[in-house]
Design a protein around this ligand. Structure first.
Ligand code: GLC
Length: 556
């Protein structure tokens, strides 16, 4: 494994700055707040930080609507704060990954402002404009945040495309000038010494150019993993990423394994690794997100099996349960009441023992839960408030009470609540009123408490990060699901030439017996979330207690 591939044994920590730490009590987090917590991250042991967007932005979508790629949003601080962060992180051996959002810009970006209402603008062709068809939108494509994906430009009578909010206009990647701008932006940050880039919805950048109605779906078949996407990524990789040795992770929306094998191929022609979201749709019955539904455990395992076996030797995946768009995993797949700590650890073990690069989302390492809001007024996320309006007020497909339950399960705000640092007012996140309410459980669940408890979720994550560095089979081994049809246990084997690693996870609150082949020169437990297991010699037959996990390492 070459030096450039440090990221194969690394763990990344995702920071959502608005909710991480507020240094000057305005109610929103900032860069100085992040700097003040670097020692905490060092103690956790992470190798890199992925910082979600901190650029100049009207914050319609919390920074995923960028108005200037070359400056820092004053709410977060200044460019000198940013430089300071980079330096302070580096001095602790922590690398920095920036979020690059180039499928679209904010409509406040000067390119769009010049293009709007002016067909002669030199920036008009930076975006995607179409004439009306039969007096209506050019196609029936739907925005990912609800409603049609086209917005009228009254002065010119043309529509522009926005796959997300109408304030997020899609860039026209067919235009080589746009691609040059993207390369200039990325080079600017790479020159500063940033180590890598997370590329927002990067598999949506190439649209099929005939712009047809989608007879079956919402339009995604015309732009997901589109016709020129690999060509574009190769161009940027060659001209920028390879030049700077940047690590790259692409966010892939509704993608396929075959495309991801190519995006993340070890020939390094496109990206280092990919995020895919299929495993986080195990609680979307028939692909429908906006429903309240239990997760399908067998399906969850089968999706992991497909991706773990399919990427092995061909590509590289990011391992994650949580991010700023997903609810908290302990509330989603675990038990956020009686078995909160046990299930948080068990879930962490499930993905940290797989092949890939794990990502920890702020607060996951202390077992933070969904806030269980009870009023629509507590939500800030535009996707959540849009969907409430569409489903409750416009379509009347669900009642207010049903929608509150759906949001409690599915809203992106579930993970965006302020980081719980201690048991003081506003959880030590800020002394001012936070922009989004802190979860009520902050007095019991906070970073101060977990650091004082040697048996906490925090130290379990610390151990997982270290195990990946110490035990090669976690990185290199192949993957076999040992009991794909088992209704309660998620039990898989990782294997290379010298070792077998068996990871066993009970996803339920009852006891389950299991019989395993643990033969080899030596077998030992390397991890468990119950204290009495580690150190003892594993038996072929074992009984897993509620939410128990055990990991056995066998020398062949
Ligand atoms: C990605 C981001 C999400 C954002 C969207 C549009 O999915 O993670 O937060 O809303 O892209 O940029």
């Amino acid at each position: 494994m070459s030096q450039e591939e440090w990221w194969r044994t690394a763990t990344v920590y995702q920071i959502y700055p608005k909710s991480f730490c507020d240094s000057n009590n305005k109610g929103t987090g900032d860069i100085q707040g992040i700097i003040s917590k670097l020692d905490y991250l060092k103690m956790l042991g992470v190798d890199a930080i992925w910082l979600t967007p901190v650029y100049q932005s009207p914050m319609i979508d919390n920074g995923y609507d960028i108005a200037d790629y070359y400056s820092i949003n004053p709410d977060f601080g200044t460019m000198s704060d940013f430089d300071n962060l980079l330096e302070e992180a580096k001095s602790r051996g922590i690398r920095l990954i920036m979020d690059i959002v180039v499928n679209h810009t904010s409509t406040q970006h000067h390119w769009f402002q010049s293009a709007l209402g002016n067909k002669d603008s030199e920036y008009r062709d930076y975006y995607i404009w179409k004439d009306p068809v039969n007096g209506k939108e050019p196609t029936n494509w739907q925005s990912k945040f609800g409603g049609n994906a086209w917005e009228m430009d009254e002065l010119t009578g043309q529509y522009y495309l926005h796959l997300f909010a109408k304030e997020q206009a899609d860039l026209n990647w067919e235009n080589p000038k746009v691609r040059q701008e993207v390369k200039d932006i990325i080079s600017f940050w790479a020159e500063k010494g940033v180590d890598g880039f997370r590329l927002d919805v990067i598999n949506l950048i190439s649209k099929q150019q005939d712009f047809l109605d989608d007879e079956k779906g919402d339009g995604r078949c015309f732009y997901t993993d589109g016709p020129r996407v690999h060509e574009y990524l190769q161009e940027i990789s060659q001209d920028v990423f390879q030049k700077y040795g940047s690590v790259t992770v692409g966010e892939m929306s509704s993608t396929t394994l075959e495309h991801c094998q190519q995006y993340s191929s070890s020939d390094g022609m496109e990206l280092s690794m990919v995020f895919n979201f299929h495993h986080l749709k195990a609680d979307y019955p028939n692909g429908q997100k906006w429903t309240k539904a239990p997760f399908d455990f067998i399906q969850l395992k089968s999706i992991f099996n497909h991706w773990q076996t399919g990427l092995n030797g061909k590509g590289w995946g990011a391992l994650f349960w949580c991010n700023h768009d997903q609810p908290r995993v302990v509330s989603r797949l675990g038990n956020d009441q009686e078995y909160r700590e046990l299930s948080a650890k068990m879930l962490a073990s499930t993905i940290h023992m797989m092949q890939g690069t794990p990502y920890i989302y702020q607060g996951e390492e202390i077992g933070m839960t969904n806030p269980h809001y009870t009023s629509i007024d507590q939500y800030r996320d535009l996707e959540s408030t849009n969907m409430y309006d569409i489903m409750v007020n416009q379509d009347k497909s669900v009642s207010h009470d049903e929608m509150i339950e759906i949001l409690d399960q599915k809203s992106r705000d579930n993970s965006r609540t302020p980081m719980q640092w201690d048991d003081s007012l506003y959880a030590g996140f800020s002394k001012g009123v936070p922009w989004l309410s802190v979860a009520n459980n902050y007095k019991e669940i906070n970073a101060k408490q977990v650091i004082e408890d040697s048996n906490s979720v925090f130290y379990f994550y610390q151990k997982l990060i270290k195990l990946r560095k110490d035990i090669d089979v976690i990185t290199s081994g192949d993957y076999t699901d040992l009991f794909p049809e088992h209704k309660e246990l998620f039990c898989y084997q990782r294997q290379n030439e010298t070792h077998r690693l068996i990871a066993i996870h009970n996803y339920y609150d009852n006891e389950v017996g299991i019989c395993l082949d643990l033969t080899g020169k030596e077998a030992r437990y390397i991890l468990s979330n119950y204290e009495d297991v580690e150190g003892s010699i594993p038996q072929n037959q074992m009984v897993l207690r509620p939410y128990e996990c055990r990991v056995v390492l066998i020398t062949k």
